[in-house]
Design a protein. Sequence first.
Length: 98
Amino acid sequence: MVETIKLAAGFSIADMYPSVKMLSVITGIRPRLEEMHKRTDQILENIVNQHKEGNKVETGKEQVKEDLVDVLLKFQKHGDLEFPLTDNGIKAVILDLK
């Protein structure tokens, strides 16, 4: 994630001339950002899925401490919100905390 932030925060000549789309390809920034986005999304997806599986296994067992992801998954499951909380929304919250 640190590399993603560095890439996104860095300066690129393609930022100065956004109408010249080839510059982002030539500089290699865009493909690297897209690859980092895919990797980051997969990591966050794994975190959410691990918590979903952990919640299924832990039901009926000794109470364990909940973290933010567990709380967000409870909100998602109960659906008491005005807007539905999706897995992408949960991943966005996790990423925003970084």
